[in-house]
Design a protein around this ligand. Structure first.
Ligand SMILES: Cc1cc2nc3c(=O)[nH]c(=O)nc-3n(C[C@H](O)[C@H](O)[C@H](O)COP(=O)(O)OP(=O)(O)OC[C@H]3O[C@@H](n4cnc5c(N)ncnc54)[C@H](O)[C@@H]3O)c2cc1C
Length: 286
């Protein structure tokens, strides 16, 4: 038997920054649009469930794994013409943030510490420090299993706080184009944001970033802390002692423990403050 009692099989734990998750029927790393089309076509014709993931930095997989095919997006093209950057959805979002700031382009400095892919950032409308992905997005190329490949302009898409039209339905983000503007201060801004993040987030531990969306009045972390829950554990899942909106895996945490901790946090916060916390982390059931 391999890791955690499963016969030598790749585990989703290795595809999630939480380090949690059992096996899948198949885990395929997709490196071209043609491979993505063929894989989805195959799943549709065999009736298998499928899911596309990026770096798994906002996902909680089940301990039993996923009863279907996991397509890991590795579409990593990159090109730019003046202020327009066109990037494959599997390209690292942090890498893009660092690279563009170093080249003297402003708009994606906030991305420098976000450990997902460009595709994951579009789907989650990832953001930080008052900026978000949709702010600098020009267009998104998607694969719609029934209608093929389409390019959608930003103005056609309704983004909200950590939400996008791609969170429901079967569209796969293949690439995105970002419009940036020249700025001599971009690199300094990036470094400032990275230093702030290093001081305030548990970056050495396994987590999926913020677990809850921030309610409008107050941050979720502040609420959890006010309720005395910083450091609270269920098994090996713990509310970070550094940032109360992070749950960290202390080594062998299970999905069940994380879910139980999430439920407990929601219940106590609701009871003590009347505010209902809403998940930002996406749970993928078996
Ligand atoms: C230490 C740490 C810090 C973080 N800081 C931030 C932060 O400051 N701001 C922030 O917003 N987030 C933050 N996050 C969360 C996370 O990095 C972002 O949500 C990121 O955008 C997720 O990208 P991903 O590629 O890892 O997506 P995944 O976690 O792999 O997937 C997220 C969701 O998107 C779907 N998806 C992914 N790619 C595609 C695609 N190509 N097409 C269709 N669907 C797709 C998945 O099915 C899933 O539902 C942090 C996470 C960590 C671990």
């Amino acid at each position: 038997l391999g890791a955690r009692g499963y016969p030598h099989k790749k585990l989703l734990a290795d595809y999630s920054t939480f380090g949690i998750g059992g096996p899948a029927q198949q885990i395929l790393e997709i490196r071209s649009v043609a491979e993505m089309e063929a894989a989805i076509q195959h799943c549709r014709s065999t009736g298998q469930r499928w899911i596309v993931i990026g770096k798994g930095s906002n996902i909680l997989f089940n301990d039993r794994g996923f009863d279907g095919v996991v397509l890991v997006n590795r579409l990593e093209s990159f090109s730019h013409r003046r202020s327009l950057f066109e990037v494959g959805a599997g390209y690292g979002f942090a890498r893009l943030g660092v690279q563009t700031a170093r080249l003297g382009w402003s708009g994606l400095e906030f991305a420098g510490g976000i450990p997902g892919t460009v595709g994951g950032a579009v789907v989650m409308n990832a953001g930080a420090d008052g900026a978000e992905t949709a702010d600098v997005l020009e267009s998104v190329q998607v694969l719609c299993p029934t209608e093929g490949i389409q390019t959608l302009a930003r103005r056609e898409l309704a983004f909200g706080y950590r939400s996008s039209p791609f969170q429901e339905g079967e569209q796969v983000v293949l690439a995105a184009a970002f419009r940036l503007h020249p700025s001599a201060a971009a690199q300094a801004r990036l470094l400032e944001l990275l230093a702030k993040r290093k001081a305030k987030q548990p970056l050495r531990e396994q987590s999926a970033g913020c677990v809850f969306r921030n309610p409008s009045q107050i941050s979720a972390g502040a609420l959890i802390e006010q309720c005395g829950l910083k450091g609270h554990c269920v098994g090996q899942a713990q509310v970070s002692t550094i940032h109360a909106n992070f749950i960290v895996n202390r080594g062998e945490a299970t999905c069940q423990q994380v879910l139980a901790l999430i439920d407990h946090l929601k219940e106590v916060v609701k009871h003590q403050t009347g505010i209902e916390l809403e998940n930002e982390v996406r749970y993928v059931p078996f």
